[in-house]
Design a protein around this ligand. Structure first.
Ligand code: MG
Length: 157
């Protein structure tokens, strides 16, 4: 089974920027109800998509005070448990983060390690790629950060 997930968050000065579970030194951070981790949110939706179990907004609504400032690792762990309970194992995750600045290339390795740890799979099965938006539109102006994630699941043997 394959799944795709997408997320975008506005960026604002003075807020923390967390991507793939890693705190990135940045002048701007994500505006969000939770910790605003676009990569982990897109990952949740990819996993939920592959299993047709809904979406992150259904499971963890931003109207619920329980998820205020929530560590998105909590969302990923719960979604991974649902995937396993549905009889699937995660074989591969491929992610693209779109951010104009700062450069996140130095943190891609840490993001892979963290995602692998949260999903209980080897880091070799996790890919994190980074790109800018070539200064085009909101992403390119540095007003937002976005992520796309595709995942491949296999029925448990
Ligand atoms: Mg989000």
């Amino acid at each position: 089974m394959v799944g795709i997930g997408y997320d975008i968050h506005r960026l604002q000065s003075g807020l923390p920027l967390r991507i793939g579970g890693i705190l990135i030194p940045s002048e701007k951070g994500a505006v969000a109800h939770s910790d605003g981790d676009v990569l982990l949110h897109a990952l949740c939706d990819a996993l939920l998509g592959a299993t047709a179990l809904g979406d992150i907004g259904e499971l963890f609504p931003d109207s619920d005070p329980r998820w205020a400032k929530a560590d998105s690792a909590v969302f990923v762990r719960e979604v991974v448990n649902k995937v396993r309970a549905a009889g699937y194992e995660i074989r591969h995750i491929d992610a693209t983060v779109v951010l104009q600045m700062p450069k996140i290339a130095p943190y891609k390795g840490q993001m892979r390690e963290r995602i692998a740890q949260l999903c209980g799979i080897p880091a070799a099965a996790v890919s994190v790629k980074a790109t800018t938006n070539e200064q085009l539109d909101s992403l390119g102006r540095g007003d937002a950060v976005a992520a796309w994630v595709v995942c491949l699941l296999k029925p448990k043997a």
